[in-house]
Design a protein around this ligand. Structure first.
Ligand SMILES: Nc1ncnc2c1ncn2[C@@H]1O[C@H](COP(=O)(O)OP(=O)(O)OP(=O)(O)O)[C@@H](O)[C@H]1O
Ligand SMILES: [Mg+2]
Length: 265
């Protein structure tokens, strides 16, 4: 039986209310995700994709509407409390890990969830080494290196491992491979696919790469002007190509899907 993991009901978010810069970033948006859904999200710059993620993770409160996670109303819950059940990766590999701390110290923080209580045991190190080896990035032999010395790809892989060490109810990926070179991006996407599938994590992934949007996950939504303008899954989605996706955008909005990072992808 399917179980609704995320339920977003008519949320609105306007920035700079009453100023000349007033901007409706998310407008009356509703979205339901079943447990284990992996939804890819595409849209032009300023479509409201990151704002949607900020609203879900509690960076700010929404102006109206409701957000439920695993049946619990989190609409008014502060960000740090939501963080216990929501993992998040950003575009910048520098966020999400502590640069001066070693790989094993970062993993210890992620594994213990209670901050610095106790010290890293032999068993902890064995577990970290095994999990790192699975990433295929050679990090298992550098456990005492400061995270700040890692490449962007290694760092995103480590951040992903940390964010899913205790699988969250929801994983939000905001263009987490956009700053990486194409080959490294592919590698991190493969790690993402495995991690999400193995742990049956419900995941939303924003990407500017139309091909990844179709290759990854089981559902694709397109956003524009703060709203969801297209939602594809099942056979309909199986038939989609990058071209038909771009045509769909034009059909619905009358404009061209344009994202400044699309050409880099
Ligand atoms: N904190 C903020 N204060 C004011 N305006 C904001 C803020 N965050 C986002 N906006 C505005 O809200 C709109 C949606 O921005 P958002 O970052 O959600 O877009 P996006 O779809 O993630 O775009 P991109 O593809 O460029 O990352 C934009 O017009 C943006 O300028
Ligand atoms: Mg964004």
């Amino acid at each position: 039986m399917s179980q609704t993991m995320l339920s977003i009901r008519n949320i609105c978010k306007t920035f700079g209310i009453g100023t000349v810069n007033e901007k409706v970033a998310v407008e009356n948006l509703s979205l339901e995700a079943e447990k284990g859904d992996f939804i890819t999200i595409i849209g032009s710059n300023g479509a409201g994709k990151s704002t949607l993620f900020n609203a879900i993770s509690g960076v700010f409160l929404v102006d109206s509407g409701q957000i439920l996670l695993d049946g619990k109303d989190i609409t008014d819950m502060p960000e740090h409390r939501r963080a216990r059940s929501i993992g998040r990766l950003m575009q910048d590999p520098m966020t999400g890990t502590a640069p001066k701390m070693s790989i094993e110290e970062n993993l210890f923080l992620a594994s213990s969830q209670k901050g610095w209580l106790g010290s890293i045991s032999k068993e902890d190190r064995k577990e970290f080494r095994e999990k790192l080896a699975l990433l295929g990035m050679g990090l298992e032999d550098r456990m005492e290196s400061p995270v700040g010395l890692l490449s962007g790809g290694q760092r995103q892989a480590l951040t992903l491992l940390m964010a899913t060490y205790h699988p969250p109810k929801l994983l939000l990926l905001d263009e987490h491979t956009a700053a990486l070179d194409p080959a490294t991006a592919e590698k991190v996407l493969a790690i993402t696919k495995n991690t999400v599938a193995e742990n049956e994590i419900t995941c939303l992934m924003i990407t500017h790469n139309m091909q990844s949007a179709l290759d990854m996950g089981n559902r694709t939504i397109m956003m524009d002007g703060g709203r969801i303008i297209y939602d594809a899954s099942g056979e309909e989605r199986d038939k989609l190509t990058v071209d038909s996706l771009l045509n769909k955008f034009q059909e619905v909005t009358g404009g061209v899907l344009d994202n400044d990072r699309m050409r880099l992808g």
